[in-house]
Design a protein. Structure first.
Length: 54
């Protein structure tokens, strides 16, 4: 199974990160693929209605 984890905490060394690392370790041990995406530090903007996608 492929698992995507979205981490939204701005604290890279905080308790959310520890929880994700523990979850990821367990999932990998069971044979799953895990991708962690740190969305708190990505350059993400809302839709501007430019219609470039359509």
């Amino acid at each position: 199974m492929k698992i995507t984890v979205l981490m939204g905490s701005p604290n890279k060394k905080g308790s959310t990160n520890l929880l994700i690392e523990s979850f990821q370790k367990g999932a990998l041990e069971k044979g799953h693929d895990v991708e962690v995406i740190d969305i708190a530090h990505k350059n993400i903007h809302p839709c501007t209605g430019c219609v470039a996608c359509g």
